[in-house]
Design a protein around this ligand. Structure first.
Ligand code: AMP
Length: 398
């Protein structure tokens, strides 16, 4: 997949004004950055371009402002980035117009400049051609390093790729590499583990996966809908009973595509949706009518481990239970640790992504042991759904 993209290996950035789209959408509290993970992810690309004598002009959004809003200024993020990089990061209070043009004109080779939140202009999300032209004036080339925003065709995430020579940054390149190894040209057999609360948010994803993977583990609240559809009594568990027919169709599609569906065979049940609520494991024929399934049971965990052992590649999205509450994190943590062990033993390529999944892997203490963990939320899900991502399409060699 990567060889069909232009990367920083295909361009000499020295002396060039490089418009670099990055993900600076970091969590903030009282005007301070509370988690610098995303800044650490993009800093190698910035350092590389700056080190090679390019002028690095950062484009990014923060939050969902409606017009200019000081609470969503990128100024404190630029300061935090400067700290992470150990280099000055200058800031311009607009991403287009006089202010931006003057700030860019004052740059020397190797300088880093962060422009204000692109979403302060409503034209950004409209991919407005005149706004794209204004942005394009500021640069000689465009480098997209924001996979997490690549499912949006906005001016700074897609439009610029039609106006300027376009390249994937190193973070984007690593992401595309990892995702390519997981679903596009994976080592078989491939297993997917899909959990989370609801079937309704993941129908497209499940339908795409059953045609691509050899085995699909379904866990979490969404497994309850499948179990109910198969006639299992699930008591008061979270489920979308109206989607029973959809669940059965997904199972049929999997059968036709030779994809094994692995559903829980037992479940941990409690009577309250709260941490440390008294709980007990039951077989599927004995789920109490007043009970709620909050995690997969021990026999299910053993089956999932065996299925992971049979696989060469794993793609994972969504927790297997209500992992925010002990002890209902047990199934997720056990499967995550098992996948991490197999990865460390070089038996498995493991790729995981999506907001809650990253939190769950961190909780299990194994995020660093997976082959690749994507911090992109929506973009990762759309990729799993098999949809073309506009911000990636525009980087393809034409
Ligand atoms: P999602 O955002 O779709 O990946 O769903 C993640 C959420 O699903 C987490 O907040 C989990 O607590 C929740 N979840 C997973 N399994 C269950 C379950 N059996 N019952 C209720 N909630 C669950």
């Amino acid at each position: 997949m990567t060889q069909t993209f232009r990367t920083l290996d295909d361009v000499d950035v020295k002396g060039k004004r490089v418009l670099l789209r990055v993900d600076l959408n970091v969590p903030m509290e009282n005007g301070r950055v509370t988690d610098t993970t995303r800044l650490e992810r993009v800093s190698p690309t910035i350092a590389e371009i700056s080190g090679k004598g390019g002028k690095v002009i950062l484009l990014a959004h923060l939050g969902r402002p409606k017009g200019r809003d000081p609470k969503e200024s990128l100024k404190p993020v630029a300061d935090a980035l400067s700290q992470v990089m150990g280099k000055p990061v200058r800031f311009a209070e607009d991403c287009v117009g006089d202010v931006a043009q003057k700030a860019v004109a004052a740059m020397k080779d190797g300088d880093i400049l962060c422009l204000e939140n692109t979403r302060f202009h409503k034209e950004e999300e409209k991919n407005d051609p005149a706004f794209v032209d204004e942005l394009a004036k500021l640069g000689d080339i465009w480098v997209n390093d924001a996979f997490s925003a690549a499912h949006r065709a906005h001016a700074s995430t897609e439009g610029l790729g039609h106006k300027l020579p376009a390249y994937a940054g190193r973070t984007m390149q690593a992401e595309l590499d990892a995702l390519g190894k997981a679903l596009e040209s994976p080592t078989k057999p491939v297993i997917a583990i899909i959990g989370g609360a609801k079937v309704s948010t993941k129908i497209d994803l499940l339908q795409n996966l059953v045609s691509k993977v050899d085995a699909l583990v379904i866990g979490g609240g969404m497994a309850n809908t499948f179990l109910h559809a198969q006639g299992v009594g699930i008591g008061k568990s979270l489920a979308e009973k109206e989607l029973a027919a959809t669940a059965l169709r997904i199972i049929e599609k999997a059968d036709a595509a030779n994809c094994a569906i692995i559903l829980p065979v037992d479940a941990v049940v409690a009577y309250h949706f709260s941490a440390n609520a008294p709980s007990h494991a039951y077989g599927l024929d004995a789920i109490p009518v007043e009970g709620m399934i909050l995690d997969v049971g021990p026999q299910s965990i053993a089956r999932i481990h065996a299925a992971i052992d049979d696989a060469a590649t794993l793609v994972w999205n969504g927790p297997l239970g209500a992992f925010e509450m002990t002890p209902f994190d047990h199934g997720t943590v056990a499967a995550a640790r098992h996948a991490a062990e197999r990865t460390k033993a070089r038996k498995l390529v493991s790729v995981a992504g999506g907001g809650d999944t990253v939190a769950a892997l961190n909780q299990a203490g194994v995020a660093g042991d997976f082959t690749y963990v994507s911090t992109a939320g929506g973009a990762f899900l759309e990729w799993m759904e098999g949809k073309p991502l506009p911000g990636v399409q525009v980087l393809r060699n034409r």
